[in-house]
Design a protein around this ligand. Structure first.
Ligand code: PEP
Ligand code: MN
Length: 361
């Protein structure tokens, strides 16, 4: 694979440039076979074929996976295409069934990683296994919780460990389905410099159109591979339809990723890493500004209804006083913050003066 993910980190002794792909969920034997066929046809450098057999759905009522029969379909994929297999396990019963079926790699999903009791039970069920076990980051931004899951597995003599960065949940939608929090990745990497880490751009972006851009942006983090969802007919997928790619679409993206040697020589990887951190913060700034404007427009409506003047000098004085205190606390120059907030306040006033209220109520 001609990508940065191919570049072994100097200190690492790890799986190199792994590619895990396949559908979010096993839906039918035909869907699995057709996806596998397209992966083969696209000449993707596959390490493991993925399919979710048991699907952790945030709320009930969605497709919760086909369960144990899907394991048989996976075995048939191995027989027909020679692919190694991987799936998610979330309970000790899943572990038993998956091991019995000879699945070659297992991963613990983000919702399970967030619960130490679950991780402990899975670790006990897996004790001593030789196959690779990968741990997705927890849904919440807690490095210690993620590290704790790795430690629980390691304490059960599971040595072939890895991690998957799939982003972190967010209350309101932002640019990403699960924002990457690159800063957290930097800290996690420091805790486990030898651990192979894959990036899962499908769950981070939530949108297939964004996957190529995200992989380029994250290239400074020097991942050891990629887990991405592919489906033979993405729009018709029973779960995560918007983020699944056709296998040939993933191939195009991988072929366009930067060449590690050229990139590393010409452009220090540290700069790429810092740029990724900055880009994420820029996205948050814009998302927060847009939320601020929404609240301000609501105030605008109320002012109109109650016939209150839009510009309120006392409120502007209050904003400035808060700004001075906040700037000091975070080590920013007050003059700089003031310039930015003058612009923001001006824009709020402008929008509030344009707010229309419906005369019918
Ligand atoms: C998945 O990979 O399909 C999945 C459910 O992942 P996560 O645990 O990251 O949500
Ligand atoms: Mn999925």
């Amino acid at each position: 694979m001609n990508t940065l993910y191919n570049t072994p980190r100097k200190t690492a002794n790890h799986v190199k440039s792994m590619l895990i792909t396949g559908p979010c969920s096993a839906e039918s034997e035909d869907q699995m076979r057709e996806t596998a066929r397209q992966i083969q046809e696209a000449s993707l450098p596959l390490s493991y074929f993925r399919a979710g057999i048991w699907k952790p759905r945030t709320r009930p009522g969605g497709f919760e996976g086909v369960g144990a029969p899907g394991l048989k379909w996976m075995q048939n994929i191995r027989e027909e295409f020679g692919f190694k297999l991987c799936t998610e396990v979330a309970t000790t019963a899943h572990v038993e069934l998956a091991l019995e079926a000879g699945i070659d790699l297992l991963w613990i999903g983000a919702r399970s990683t967030a619960n130490p009791f679950t991780v402990q039970e899975i670790a006990e069920a897996l004790a001593g296994v030789k196959i690779p076990i990968f741990v997705k980051n927890p849904t919440n931004t807690d490095v210690a919780l993620w590290a704790g899951a790795i430690e629980r597995l390691s304490a059960k003599n599971i040595q072939n460990l890895g991690a998957i960065h799939r982003g972190f949940s967010n209350y309101k939608s932002t640019q990403y389905r699960n924002p990457p929090h690159w800063d957290l990745m930097v800290d996690f990497r420091e805790l486990f410099p030898e651990l192979p880490i894959l990036i899962d751009p499908s769950h981070i972006t939530g949108k297939r159109e964004e996957i190529g851009k995200l992989l380029k942006l994250g290239s400074g983090m020097l991942y050891d591979g990629i887990m991405a969802e592919t489906h033979c007919n993405p729009d018709k997928a029973w779960s995560d339809a918007a983020q699944q790619l056709l296998p040939k679409g993933l191939k195009t993206i991988l072929d366009q990723l930067p060449n590690p040697e050229i990139t590393l020589e010409e452009f220090p990887v540290e700069i790429q890493k810092l740029r990724a951190l900055i880009s994420e913060l820029d996205g948050l700034l814009i998302a927060n500004l847009s939320k601020r404007m929404e609240y301000s427009n609501q105030i605008g409506k109320l002012k109109q209804e109650k016939n209150i003047a839009i510009f309120q000098p006392d409120r502007w004085r209050e904003i400035k006083a808060e700004l001075s205190e906040k700037s000091k606390r975070f080590g920013l120059s007050y003059e700089f913050s003031l310039q930015i907030f003058k612009k923001i306040h001006e824009e709020s006033i402008r929008c509030q003066s344009e707010v229309e209220i419906n005369p019918e109520g």
